[in-house]
Write a protein that binds this ligand. Structure first.
Ligand code: SF4
Length: 317
């Protein structure tokens, strides 16, 4: 039985011919939505840690982090990718990005770069720099969260859905792989709104998607809203439904890299069910099995993972 969902592991095996590992590194990047360029408050769901490890602040450079953190994957002979996850890693002048890329190119045995950023922190010059990086694979993780501009304003993203589309199209045209980050359960949004966002990214040249449930984390503006009774988190069952329906709508060539959010230790305030990451993944897998859901099966045309090469016939628009 073929897998019902295309994973990042499968995508990496096709690229590198073996297992690959993203090594999380902290480059000490910042974010225009935090340093005052756009806002000092950050996105509604983000706290000042910005999902970071804080290792850069503690004085560990990229090379030192790499030397320690890449060891287990190196012993397993996996392809190694430097993964700059926290904050917006292409923020700032192109010279900063060029220096960062040059430093990463010198990391022993590096074969790929994966870099998280915002769509408004990319321009043609930066995209060219990324495309010229001397590694086999460059992957950009671009935050969108919602394709609805009213929601983007409500959660203080500081960019529009059109910004995301432009950045994705330009990056893909330069040969970069783009992974879209989207969220279910954002304030004011329903499952239907989330699925509209999924359809929006599915129509763009993305290589991957990360599906997240909205977390209320300590220190975020959403935590204050939640405490004041202004936000009700999504129910676990609704999230499982939302993810399964998203999987059915996503094209088969898109790697579904994440199916739920991973709360940092000690930060999660609500919903409590979000702490059960493995249990949620099991619920999703069981639902896919029970309802015979396959990635791509709800697309009007194209392939479905139901069987290798299985084609969905053209349907009504
Ligand atoms: S979620 Fe990302 S873009 Fe938003 S404030 Fe946090 S680091 Fe910045």
């Amino acid at each position: 039985m073929p897998p019902r969902v295309r994973t990042l592991s499968q995508a990496f095996r096709a690229i590198f011919g073996r297992r690959a590992k993203k090594i999380p590194l902290d480059a000490g990047s910042s974010c225009p939505n935090r340093d005052g360029a756009l806002s000092q408050n950050g996105c509604l769901f983000c706290n000042a840690a910005g999902s970071g490890t804080g290792l850069h602040l503690k004085g560990f450079g990229l090379r030192a982090q790499w030397a320690v953190l890449s060891q287990p994957a190196r012993r397993r002979n996996e392809a190694l990718l430097a993964y700059l996850q926290s904050f917006s890693n292409t923020y700032g002048p192109p010279e900063r990005l060029a220096a960062l890329l040059a430093e990463m190119a010198q990391l022993p045995d590096i074969e790929g770069i994966c870099l998280g950023t915002r769509p408004d922190c990319l321009n043609n010059k930066k995209i060219k720099l990324l495309a010229a990086a001397p590694v086999a694979h460059v992957r950009l993780e671009l935050g969108l969260q919602s394709a609805n501009d009213a929601t983007l304003t409500r959660i203080n993203r500081g960019h529009t859905a059109a910004d995301f589309a432009r950045a994705t199209i330009d990056a893909a045209a330069a040969g970069l792989s783009v992974t879209a980050h989207v969220m279910a359960g954002l304030p004011g949004e329903s499952v239907a709104d989330f699925l509209a966002t999924v359809d929006f990214v599915a129509a763009l040249p993305i290589a991957g998607v990360k599906l997240h449930n909205t977390l209320v984390v300590a220190g975020s503006p959403l935590a204050a809203l939640y405490a004041a009774g202004g936000y009700v988190p999504m129910a676990r069952e609704d999230y499982v439904t939302a993810v399964c329906r998203a999987i059915a709508r996503l094209p088969v060539q898109v790697a579904i890299e994440r199916q739920n959010a991973d709360p940092a230790p000690g930060e999660l305030l609500a919903p409590a069910w979000a702490a059960d990451k493995q249990g949620i993944l099991r619920d999703i897998a069981e639902r896919l099995e029970r309802e015979d859901i396959w990635q791509g099966m709800e697309r009007k045309t194209g392939k479905c993972l139901r069987r290798p090469g299985g084609i969905i016939p053209p349907g009504p628009p």
